[in-house]
Design a protein around this ligand. Structure first.
Ligand code: ZN
Length: 81
């Protein structure tokens, strides 16, 4: 897995609202359970892929990375549960 690509995607996940700060402690970014935001991450990644930001990676590779990154988000706050 390409670390730089993953960092770009993690940034998109945050920007899209697919994760958001915990409502209670605000210390952790946790899963928003927001389908629209997750779709937006794929759309953003596709656009960035078209613009060449992911280098020679295929679109499928980038979409797989997005899928992995979304599956790695924190579901519930480690502090508040
Ligand atoms: Zn919390």
């Amino acid at each position: 897995m390409n670390k730089e690509a993953r960092e770009i995607i993690d940034g998109m996940i945050k920007q899209s609202g697919a994760i958001s700060p915990c409502n209670i402690c605000h210390n952790y970014d946790i899963w928003s359970d927001n389908d629209e935001a997750e779709k937006l991450v794929y759309a953003m990644a596709t656009n960035e892929w078209k613009s060449g930001r992911f280098g020679p990676s295929s679109r499928e590779d980038v979409m797989q990375l997005v899928k992995h990154a979304l599956s790695d988000v924190t579901i519930s706050c480690p502090s508040c549960g």
